[in-house]
Design a protein around this ligand. Structure first.
Ligand SMILES: Nc1ncnc2c1ncn2[C@@H]1O[C@H](COP(=O)(O)OP(=O)(O)O)[C@@H](O)[C@H]1O
Ligand SMILES: [Mg+2]
Length: 266
């Protein structure tokens, strides 16, 4: 046996009444992996991230942090999972550094440990020049960085970001993605959902959902040949014409499924 996955799911499925929001799926991601969850609006991206983060109950299956099922985690272990929702939770009137200090204090940090950690996350997310600015004076991208910095104060091992690049222009998106890549280099696993994005090359893996079906999981470059597109931003037109079940079956029969799903079974 190798090292256990950072986060994994076995037979994860979600229903709401008669609607199946997520078909049963198996997933397993390693330490330091940067994963993008793509798919049209309403395909189940947020549902999947929330389930993996333990914020939404599953109808079937189990999620594991390392080897431990989420429901068995102690409150200290639960802090190893961070989640940044699509709508920012940053307080308006505080300066960036004060907002972070306040949040860190709520997490139980004090003294030098607190100020050290605040400086560290400010640097990591390249907020040095903005540290004295009120959060309501920040741009959307900067406010998103502050939301992520707040989660990082707790030093999560696995971090979920729900559509963090929505509203960023391509240049900002690029630099944001590089910051995220940097976060993963320290061994942190990062899962990010996105509706559409230019800079997918930073990602280690791309997961594509279509109406609750997993229809692709693999490196972005392999996605290009799988969908026969020059850029993954072009899959959406194709997805609109595909039958989700058939697309899932095609993926289940592919070598990529063997490598990235079956070969990684939790
Ligand atoms: N609590 C719920 N009850 C019923 N349907 C829901 C609920 N939450 C989400 N949905 C539906 O589930 C589907 C997936 O939603 P979501 O995960 O938010 O998709 P995405 O993030 O990809 O846009 C959507 O069709 C949405 O309307
Ligand atoms: Mg969503």
């Amino acid at each position: 046996m190798g090292t256990p996955a950072a986060i994994s799911a076995k037979g994860l499925a979600v229903k709401a009444g008669r609607n199946v929001l997520l078909q049963p799926l198996n997933l397993s991601f390693a330490d330091g992996e940067f994963v993008g969850v793509l798919g049209p609006s309403g395909c189940g991206k947020s549902t999947l991230l929330r389930c993996l983060a333990g914020l939404q109950p599953l109808s079937q299956g189990q999620v594991f942090l390392g080897l431990k099922p989420l429901e068995q985690l102690t409150s200290v272990e639960r802090r190893k999972i961070g989640f940044v929702p699509q709508d920012d939770v940053v307080h308006g009137s505080l300066r960036v550094d004060r907002a972070l200090t306040y949040t860190g204090r709520l997490m139980g940090l004090t003294g030098d440990a607190l100020s050290g950690r605040v400086n560290q996350v400010i640097e990591l997310l390249e907020l040095q020049e903005r540290r004295g600015v009120r959060t309501d004076k920040l741009s959307g991208g900067q406010r998103k960085r502050v939301s992520i910095a707040m989660e990082l104060l707790g030093e999560p091992q696995v971090l979920f970001l729900d559509e963090p690049t929505a509203g960023l222009d391509p240049a900002l998106e690029d630099s944001f993605m590089s910051s995220c890549q940097k976060l993963c280099r320290g061994g942190r696993t990062l899962l990010m959902s996105t509706h559409v994005m230019q800079s997918l090359d930073c990602l280690d893996l791309v997961l594509v959902l279509l109406k609750g079906h997993m229809i692709f999981l693999g490196p972005p470059q392999q996605g290009l040949s799988y969908f026969q597109v020059p850029s993954l931003t072009m899959i959406y037109k194709q997805l609109a014409q595909q039958d989700p079940l058939q697309a899932q079956q095609r993926f289940a029969a592919s070598p990529l499924y063997q490598t990235y799903v079956a070969g990684r079974a939790p």
